[in-house]
Design a protein around this ligand. Structure first.
Ligand code: NAD
Length: 490
């Protein structure tokens, strides 16, 4: 077994440090349930220290005064260092998060790509000139907020951290980022890459700790100016309550219960392959997972049979051995998923495959699960499972399919399977989702705006749109001396 570092410190004010009280958190490998490392456990006093460092850096104006193209060049350097460390990052992400080595490497390269993408946009964010006649000059400045407090979930910690840190740096904000306590290791590489690239001390601070003290104290801190939260609806609601007290602008990337609609003309094999990728990737621990499939009544049996063949063919085991279905993050998460499956069966849904923990392995594995006979009122059709669990619902006419797809509190993603462009557009236009995939779940990339409607949140990450959430417009109106357009010297 390849080794990783046994103890990981916080990165504050350009230095690697212990927590003030020296406390640590043990990090578990979800594939084996063994402790693999420890991290410094940050608490409110450590958060204070990080916010103070970030404030000092912002007040010093080093990032803000820098020519934006030079800020972009600094970000290209961060990307270069992340790429150079990609194999090391892949191992850390594989061991603390459960991904395959290829999945871990993909995290590293995607993180690097966020820094090149937003580094390239750093010098393209422009204000505008507003004509007010000869006596005035008026223009806008896209001004940074200041200290951006960022809280990240455990499923794709590095990519999610990279997307918000990159947007913040491109717009001259500074960052205090709270990594997820369950899988923080890969996020420390952003700090290492920033350090090696020469990012000013205090511009990027990365700490980890529990949500209830470390996370809560960061988002409630008196001296932050901006919040980026990616995580569950319940945590998002609690953060928003505290942000409301101080009127702190927030980006909320919350959960999902996304549905794909299969139309009668669809290529069924293509839809089945796409659905399997949509729900079984990273054991379904993906906010944009396709956790529901809505099929015509007449085609349900054929589609479910084909899905079941796919699900049974997946090998279950540790990511490091290259398995298809890797572990879920923790015992708690496995128990929660199993409980939801049990409740679904009791409510009348039928587990065609899976529905329980995988036996014979020490870690936290759930078998690939497909539920048929699911109805819209069931919890399994409405609530996020965050595991490899697909609910199949049936419809008899297209309007009913749309209404089923839109029938949850969430609105993160939706999908359409059809060969007909008119059908695709008709459905995409009616689906309440921030992102609609046609004939391929997860179609899109770093360049495409991503975020939720309804209770999946607001604000957008990814794409050029994301930058708008990291700046506030300042208008400058200048009365030109002497009126009449003024005269030089007079
Ligand atoms: P979570 O809400 O439990 O935790 C997310 C982060 O918030 C963690 O770092 C946690 O420590 C912290 N936290 C917990 N309580 C807090 C509090 N009171 N104040 C401040 N921080 C607190 O979510 P999770 O279980 O880590 O992640 C899974 C959820 O994230 C799912 O709902 C998933 O859909 C969502 N998610 C959304 C996106 C997106 O882009 N929309 C991406 C990934 C995950």
């Amino acid at each position: 077994m390849q080794e990783i570092k046994k103890y990981w410190q916080s990165y504050v004010d350009g230095q690697w440090i212990d927590s003030l009280d020296k406390d640590r958190i043990a990090i578990e490998n979800p594939a084996t349930a063994e402790t693999i490392a420890e991290i410094a456990r940050a608490k409110p006093e450590d958060i204070n220290q990080a916010v103070e460092a970030a404030r000092r850096c912002f007040s010093g104006r080093e990032l803000y005064d820098m020519r934006p193209s030079n800020r972009g060049a600094l970000m290209f350097e961060i990307a270069r260092h992340l790429t150079e460390m990609a194999d090391e990052i892949a191992l850390a992400e594989c061991l603390d998060n459960g991904k395959t080595l290829a999945g871990g490497k993909n995290e590293a390269l995607a993180a690097a790509r966020y820094f090149t993408y937003y580094g390239g946009l750093a010098d393209k964010l422009e204000g505008r000139m507003i004509p007010l006649g000869a006596d005035y000059i008026d223009y806008t400045i896209p001004a940074p907020f200041g200290v951006s407090a960022q809280v990240v979930p455990w499923n794709f910690p590095l990519q999610i951290a990279a997307r918000s840190v990159a947007c913040a740096l491109a717009t001259a904000n500074v960052v205090v980022l709270k990594s997820p306590e369950l899988s923080p290791l890969s996020t420390y590489y952003i700090a290492e890459a920033c350090h090696r690239a020469g990012v000013p001390a205090g511009a990027v601070n990365i700490l980890s700790g529990y949500g209830h003290d470390c996370g809560a104290s960061l988002v409630a801190h008196e001296d932050i100016d901006h919040i980026v939260f990616t995580g569950s609806l319940a945590t998002g609601q609690s953060i928003l309550r505290s942000a409301a007290e101080r009127v702190i602008p927030s980006i909320m990337e919350l959960g999902g219960k996304s549905a794909g609609i299969l139309f009668p003309d669809a290529d069924i094999d293509q839809a089945v392959n796409s659905t399997a990728v949509g729900i079984f990737t990273h054991a379904g621990q993906v906010c944009s997972a396709q956790s529901r499939l809505i099929v015509p009544e007449k085609q349900a049996d054929e589609v479910i049979d084909k899905l079941a063949v796919k699900a049974r063919a997946l090998s279950v085991g540790p990511g490091i051995d290259g398995h298809d279905l890797t572990p879920v993050i923790s015992r708690n998460q496995a128990e929660k998923i199993e409980g939801m499956c049990l409740a679904a069966s009791q409510a009348g849904a039928e587990a065609v495959t899976g529905g329980r923990r995988h036996e014979g392995l020490p870690g936290h594995f759930i078998d690939a699960t497909i539920f048929s006979k699911v109805t819209a009122d069931m919890t399994i059709a409405r609530e996020e499972v965050f595991g490899p669990v697909l609910s199949v619902l049936t419809y008899s006419d297209p309007e009913e399919a749309i209404s089923l797809a839109n029938g949850t509190d969430y609105g993160l993603c939706a999908g359409v399977y059809t060969k007909d462009l008119t059908t695709a557009h008709w459905a995409a236009d009616r689906l309440d989702a921030g992102q609609v995939f046609v004939n391929e779940w997860f179609a899109g990339g770093i360049e495409t705006p991503f975020g939720g409607m309804k209770r999946s949140g607001y604000g957008r990450e990814k794409g050029q749109e994301a930058l708008q959430n990291y700046v506030q417009t300042k208008n400058v109106g200048i009365r030109v001396t002497g009126g009449g357009g003024g005269r030089p010297g007079g």
